[in-house]
Design a protein around this ligand. Structure first.
Ligand SMILES: NC(=O)CCC(=O)C(=O)O
Length: 282
């Protein structure tokens, strides 16, 4: 059975230090047999002020992150789902929170730009978040075939918007990833409930890679990176700190669940798709 892995990190603003940590954890995941490895949101740059410069350099091909990802995927012969990096969609454009997917030869095969940006006051932590200040909104959902099954893409705050996941299921998703930097306060209240609900509704595997600890800028993230099966059971979880969560994708188990409880065929109301599928041409 194909194995997948979610990597949990406590990233900071030092890009090279983050890439070194990611390299160590990717090697661990590959050694455990993972064919597809997911990095968390903001794995390479967390709390950086110069996001626009980082994004422009990555777009121009002069930044360190995209070559690092290609080398890691190639070296370990894995599909790499690269959480998020700041990357514009066109020259001179505002950064998007972009999840790149690379195949085992290190080719970038598709990008997904975060649809829902986290502009929220988190009351208990007295913090306010304004992602839309730094990032432009994505406007496409993305599903792509991989060696472990058909993959749907989402990022962090997206998990609160069930219609995206319904669209991914309709597009054939079997595994949906949720790379995240979910806050400690909102995570304690909502993380597990939301992820399990998305798994149960879509009857998909959910692989969630979170940031998990106290970061150099004082921000606290919830951790609990996990793999959830299409019945909603958490099959592996890492509460806090850096590490790797691995598990199997069993498509026979998925098809048994879908066959016994065919909820996709019982739907009475088709939601209107305001979001459209992206072309998988990169
Ligand atoms: N980076 C994010 O999207 C954070 C989302 C989050 O913490 C939430 O509660 O939702």
């Amino acid at each position: 059975m194909p194995q997948v892995a979610a990597i949990q990190m406590i990233s900071g603003a030092d890009i090279q230090a983050n890439l070194d940590a990611a390299a160590r954890l990717i090697a661990e995941a590959a050694q455990q047999g993972a064919q597809l490895v997911l990095l968390p949101e903001c794995f390479a740059a967390f709390g950086n002020r110069a996001l626009a410069d980082i994004a422009a350099a990555e777009y121009a091909g002069t930044g360190p992150i995209r070559p690092f990802l290609a080398e890691q995927a190639r070296q370990h012969g894995i599909w790499l789902v690269a959480g998020s990096i700041p990357l514009p969609a066109e020259p001179g454009g505002k950064a998007m929170a972009c999840c790149l997917v690379l195949d085992e030869q290190g080719n970038e095969v598709v990008r997904y730009d975060k649809l829902h940006l986290f502009d929220v006051e988190v009351a208990d932590s007295q913090r306010s978040y304004r992602e839309s200040k730094d990032y432009a909104y994505g406007d496409r959902f993305v599903c792509i075939d991989t060696p472990v099954g058909r993959l749907g893409l989402s990022i962090c705050y997206d998990v609160r918007f069930a219609e995206l996941y319904a669209a991914l299921r309709r597009a054939g998703a079997e595994l949906i990833v949720v790379p995240s930097a979910f806050t400690a306060v909102t995570g304690a209240a909502h993380w597990e409930v939301l992820l399990r609900a998305r798994a149960i509704e879509t009857q998909c595997y959910i692989l969630a890679a979170n940031q998990g600890g106290t970061h150099a800028n004082g921000r606290e993230t919830f951790g609990h990176s996990c793999l959830i099966d299409p019945w909603g059971e958490i099959t592996a979880c890492l509460p806090q700190g850096e590490g790797v969560v691995t598990g199997a994708i069993d498509l026979q188990h998925l098809n048994t669940i879908r066959g016994r409880m065919p909820v996709a065929g019982h739907r009475r109301f088709e939601p209107v798709d305001a979001i459209v599928p992206a072309s998988t041409e990169f």
